[in-house]
Design a protein around this ligand. Structure first.
Ligand code: T4K
Length: 367
């Protein structure tokens, strides 16, 4: 079986090769490969304008963006996050010896449930990281109220939410800052990459310094820093793909509609809905496999994989059941009933430019 015949979740969307190769040549001519070259600067400007934020600082990936944002915001002690997320959200804290405290999700939005946060607060709590899971926004108003009431900092892991909005405002401008991932599997990719969006000038300045080892000019280091820089080649890919972002999102939207139409009469398969009154990127096709479906989820996965349809279980079993958290907090699941139930049912299907109507109809007919 050739890999091209396998249907992956997360197959990259790739814009014009010609334009990308032109930019690659330009990089060679410039002999400027990294350290805030012209393509990085251009991409940052374009993304800041797209998100409607004062600052967008590109990064080498979303995980380092999270780590730097967490450090720049002086989060310490304990930070409340949902357990239903990619493991990077938790690891970015633990890597810095900050304890991720897992909070349950709302069963409809799959995002952190603001009503559940209070029970997790301790004198060591310093912040909340909401995750816009699958690009669907958290309940920002409720989260802001909880954060303000308890004097906590609030940031968002918006790794899935590039191109999405909340009540008409682009995601990127909420909380103290929001981080994005531009990994190959995302609706918009820079091979590897990501960034931090913020409207806070002082925070942006600190993030820029930390991303470059803490250098504030030649030979002058004023913070602990790391190397979080995006190279020019990634920015060239970003600029190329950014020219097609509307097209990629439109393809995702049409794919979603075909899935919706084909799945609507399949008992036991419930497709996750998006709020169409806001802008969505439609990047994840997520369904819950219910008890009334004739197969258990794992049996269904086996059958689909046998047909080379590599559906995924993002984000089963929840971070609290992965190491080291499973060992550190063996009873965390007791306060996470929605996370446990929903993660055991989720199934993510292929979408993006790699599929078309015919492929989607075939997948659904197998179901
Ligand atoms: N926060 C959240 C909420 C996130 O979801 C993520 C990343 C992050 C933070 C961290 O951002 P980064 O540091 O990654 O920028 C994949 C991605 O690697 C990861 O970026 C993403 N979330 C996560 C949801 O998915 P894996 O371990 O599932 O990747 P893998 O290798 O199994 O690939 C996924 C599928 O994509 C495969 O079926 C094959 C296909 N694929 C992948 C690549 C890289 C391709 O077809 N072509 C490719 O080039 O994590």
């Amino acid at each position: 079986m050739k890999d091209s015949q396998i249907l992956h979740v997360g197959k990259p969307n790739i814009g014009s090769r010609e334009k990308f190769f032109q930019r690659m040549n330009q990089i060679m001519d410039n002999a400027w490969l990294t350290n805030r070259g012209p393509f990085v600067i251009e991409l940052e400007k374009k993304i800041a304008a797209y998100l409607g934020v004062r600052h967008f600082i590109s990064m080498c990936n979303g995980t380092v963006a999270l780590e730097i944002a967490i450090r720049a915001m002086c989060l310490t002690g304990e930070v409340i996050i949902p357990s239903l997320t990619f493991i990077a959200t938790a690891h970015a804290l633990q890597w810095q010896e900050i304890q991720p405290v897992f909070c349950d999700i709302d069963p409809v939005s799959y995002c952190i449930d603001p009503k559940e946060i209070a029970r997790h607060l301790t004198p060591r709590t310093t912040g909340i990281i909401g995750v816009h899971l699958y690009g669907r926004p958290c309940d920002m108003d409720a989260l802001r109220t909880v954060a303000e009431n308890h004097n906590l900092r609030l940031m968002f892991d918006a790794a899935h939410a590039f191109g999405c909005s909340y009540q008409g405002k682009m995601i990127g401008g909420f909380g103290d800052c929001e981080i994005f991932s531009f990994h190959a599997t995302k609706v918009f990719n820079t091979f590897e990459g990501g960034g931090i969006a913020t409207n806070n000038d002082a925070l942006a300045e600190k993030i820029r310094l930390m991303q470059n080892f803490g250098f504030a000019g030649y030979d002058n280091v004023i913070y602990i820093g790391i190397n979080g820089k995006m190279p020019e080649i990634s920015a060239a890919m970003g600029l190329t793909n950014f020219e097609c972002i509307d097209e990629f999102i439109e393809i995702n939207r049409m794919n979603y509609q075909v899935y919706r139409e084909c799945l609507k009469n399949i008992k036991g398969i419930k497709l996750m809905e998006y709020d169409e009154s806001d802008q969505c990127n439609w990047q994840y096709i997520v369904a819950e496999v219910g008890d009334d479906y004739p197969l258990k989820r794992e049996e269904l996965i086996k059958k689909l994989h046998a047909e080379n349809i590599l559906v995924r279980r993002y984000f089963w079993p929840g971070c609290h059941k992965m190491e080291p958290y499973r060992s550190y907090y063996p009873n965390a699941g007791l306060l996470l009933p929605n996370t446990e139930k929903i993660s055991s049912r989720l199934l993510v299907f292929p979408t993006g430019t790699a599929v078309n109507q015919e492929i989607i109809r075939r997948i659904c007919s197998l179901l």
